[in-house]
Write a protein that binds this ligand. Structure first.
Ligand code: GLN
Ligand code: ZN
Length: 771
């Protein structure tokens, strides 16, 4: 009567086999067949793990060579016409073209006659509030749909040939449309629902004919602020899909159902999966409202984080629900396990104690299964022993001096009231800073990083492996810094940076030096396509043992009379890009990080650094999925930033940087961060997004990015001049800085120097025109 399953499983493989195979295939080193073989092997291995864990189903349809939304675009016959596919191309080739775009071959004017135009890839965006990026479907009035299920059916056949009981997972029709974008203004993509649903119906019917007895339909939009028309769309779609006679398990995750709870319980499906980790408070209501004959699947093991589950707590919850549901229950992780590493218990970089506090995907499956067995018979010897082992690990974690640091607790409980405020308001600071810095109008600067050349990466790697002595490593990095400073001076930039040669990643660099963080050897999580990230594990109270950037920055400042901008990563970005402890509020953890960064800011100031940038590219992506929760988040996030930034004198200038510029809906909170200067990404929107700052009368200084750093293209100074003039129409010129959109670490020196030369020329022109 109790069943166990998972909503999805990581795709990459324990050794990132998929990544390697994909990249080799893209380089032309292995054939499509060889890539397919790797995919097949990985699926077989991952199903075997689910089966060995004792789950009632293996999940089919969660695998993707790039992204599951891209799979659905093909499955539903929704490849955008702009790619100009004839249909003769192999499906996999079309798939990678959509995912990665196609470089225009002869794009010079000399051979325009046979120029193949550049086709850009589908846009990529974040999957809800995760760090996974999906490919965005494109819809317009000409969109239509048709079923192309060959790949899905083939994967199903593989699972069946291996004698697995298969549950197929699909993104449901309403979420599929919601997650796509309308290509023409005014086009309502929801109008496509009537065409889309029959394709799903056909698919469900065919799956039933192939012996599938359960289809998980993901409709995570149920956890969002859903406009009424979209809620109605769910009603219509699922009323129509009921005709397939398939057992549909409707799945929602990441967010509470709230006003959609009744709707979720009413839809005519076979069962409902809810996220019991993000919305434990709703479980009882769901269990009460979901009709008795339907299955309730409880996502009780956290699919978004890596902590070992509190099984006693989970059992208490499940027992109540089991009783409410007359003994019938499904148990699962809260969401797909795509968002956690495949396994962590044996990770080579973790000590055994820390590893025993963590669970990767494989360990989470074991937790799900153990919960099921415990519900039946918690007195069985091995069940009791496993529960006791888990309890012990948890108790150790809770009491560990590695987690709890009394000094940090003491500091947090005795924070001065004005710790998050600068001494004087911005206008007073601005006057003092102008006096001290003596910068021209339209000062030029960059965002921090300079090209990470092969030599830099080789030196860092050798140092990490112990093959390069500390002193030699320092020499090598100082050499790079000196080089970067010399180039900036030659270019005539006004505010210089040291270039971040010593950092391989803006979060990892700080995490490695702060107390409370650990790093895994193999804790990879897919970010997009073949790209994986290895987020730090933030397991304990955070503190800073010693300065982290002062030596490098002071060295760089010693090379030049121009102001050298110190460069730090902000508390929210460090929080957002790590696996964060679940035993205290995120706001508390953010504040701990903020205090550590504050210490660093003060040390930089003491070392004579007059300008310090605290990067916060991740502030916006931390926004909760529900708008009603935005304020509370933004309040503690902005406060954490201010705590990190406010320990300095008025004459020290604080910058922040964010990699986007859609701030319109959060401008008051961005302004409340009170950075003296904010640099943002505006070039790709042609400065349009800067308007919001103008309309809001943003009070402090702004550096709107004047060129896109994502491509090697070198823009002309007149282009940048035009953008700055546009900026000056909405922001008073004396508030403006001139800088690129973002850091330059992915670029080469040739285009970097060429582009910055044009940028400096544009700034000079602006000043000349003013004079
Ligand atoms: N200072 C960082 C850099 O220049 C900022 C990167 C970012 O915004 N993501 O690389
Ligand atoms: Zn950026």
């Amino acid at each position: 009567m109790i069943r166990t399953h998972t909503l999805g499983f990581p795709r990459m493989g324990a050794q990132r086999e998929l990544k390697q195979a994909l990249e080799r295939h893209w380089r032309g080193e292995i054939t499509a067949e060889a890539l397919e073989t790797t995919g097949r092997e990985l699926r077989a291995r991952h199903w075997a793990l689910q089966r060995e864990a004792g789950l009632d189903f293996v999940t089919v349809g969660d695998f993707a060579f790039y992204d599951h939304m891209a799979n659905h675009i093909q499955l539903l016959g929704s490849e955008p016409a702009r790619f100009g596919f004839t249909g003769e191309e192999p499906a996999l080739q079309r798939y990678f073209t959509m995912a990665r775009g196609e470089a225009g071959e002869h794009s010079h004017s000399c051979c325009a006659g046979h120029a193949a135009a550049e086709v850009h890839a589908l846009e990529m965006t974040k999957w809800f509030d995760t760090n996974y990026h999906y490919l965005v479907p494109e819809f317009d009035a000409t969109s239509d749909f048709s079923l192309h299920a060959e790949r899905l059916f083939a994967e199903l056949a593989e699972a069946q040939a291996l004698q697995h009981s298969a549950k197929v997972v699909l993104v449901g029709p309403v979420s599929f449309l919601w997650l796509g974008k309308s290509k023409h203004e005014g086009f309502d993509r929801l109008s496509l629902l009537g065409q889309l649903v029959p394709v799903y119906l056909d698919l469900l019917t065919r799956l039933a004919a192939r012996g599938v007895t359960c289809v998980q339909m993901d409709e995570p939009v149920l956890g969002l602020d859903l406009p009424p028309a979209w809620a109605e769309a769910l009603r219509q779609a699922y009323a129509a899909l009921a005709a397939a006679g398939q057992h549909i398990l409707l799945a929602t995750y990441f967010s509470p159902l709230r006003e959609n709870l009744a709707l979720a319980c009413e839809l005519p499906v076979g069962g409902l999966h809810v996220d019991g980790v993000r919305a434990p408070e709703e479980l009882v209501a769901v269990a009460a409202q979901l009709p008795a004959e339907r299955d309730l699947s409880v996502g009780i093991v956290d699919g978004r984080n890596i902590w070992r589950a509190d099984l006693d707590q989970a059992l208490l919850t499940l027992r109540k629900l089991q009783w409410q549901r007359g003994g019938r229950l499904w148990i699962a992780p809260s969401c797909s396990l795509l968002h956690v590493p495949i396994s962590l218990r044996e990770d080579a970089a973790l000590d055994s104690e820390l590893a025993s506090w963590l669970s990767g995907a494989v360990e989470k499956l074991a937790e799900v299964k153990l919960l099921e067995r415990a519900l039946w018979d918690c007195h069985r010897l091995e069940v009791a022993a496993a529960l006791a082992g888990s309890r012990r690990a948890l108790a150790k974690r809770a009491a560990s001096s590695r987690v709890q640091n009394p000094e940090v607790a003491e500091r947090l409980s005795t924070l001065p009231a004005k710790i998050d405020q600068r001494h004087s308001p911005f206008p007073a600071r601005q006057a003092l800073q102008r006096d001290r810095l003596r910068l021209p109008v339209y000062p030029t600067t960059t965002i921090g990083s300079f090209p990470q050349t092969a030599e830099i990466r080789a030196a860092r790697a050798a140092y990490k492996r112990g093959q390069l002595a500390e002193a030699d490593y320092r020499d090598a990095m100082q050499h790079e810094i000196a080089e970067a400073v010399a180039r900036q001076e030659a270019l005539g930039l006004d505010v210089l940076v040291h270039g971040e040669a010593e950092r391989n990643d803006m979060v990892e660099y700080f995490g490695e030096q702060l107390e409370g963080f650990a790093f895994t050897a193999n804790g990879w999580v897919q970010s997009y396509g073949s790209r994986c990230v290895k987020p730090p594990v933030l397991f304990g109270d955070v503190s800073r043992a010693k300065p982290m950037t002062v030596d490098w920055t002071a060295y760089a400042q010693g090379l030049t009379p121009k102001p050298m901008k110190g460069m730090l990563t902000g508390p929210i970005t460090i929080l957002q890009w790590s696996f964060v402890r679940d035993d205290q509020p995120r706001a508390t953890t953010a504040l701990q990080i903020a205090l550590a960064i504050r210490d660093e800011v003060q040390d930089l100031e003491r070392a004579g650094i007059a300008i310090i940038q605290i990067d916060e590219p991740a502030i916006r992506e931390g926004l909760p999925l529900r708008r009603s929760e935005w304020r509370a988040y933004l309040q503690w996030a902005a406060r954490a930033f201010r705590v990190s930034a406010s320990g300095v004198g008025d004459a020290t200038q604080i910058h922040t940087h964010m990699c986007y510029s859609e701030f319109n809906d959060i401008l008051p909170e961005i302004a409340s961060m009170d950075a003296d200067v904010i640099t943002i990404e505006t070039s790709r929107s042609d400065m349009e997004l800067l308007r919001g700052f103008g309309d809001f009368n943003y009070p402090n200084e702004i550096g709107p990015g004047v060129y896109d750093i994502h491509s090697p293209r070198v823009p002309s100074s007149s282009e940048m001049l035009r953008l700055m003039k546009k900026a000056a129409e909405v922001i008073p010129p004396e508030q403006l800085w001139v800088n690129p959109d973002c850091g330059l670490k992915t670029r080469g020196w040739v285009e970097t120097e060429a582009a910055l030369r044009q940028m400096v020329a544009a700034a000079k022109e602006l000043r000349d025109e003013m004079a």
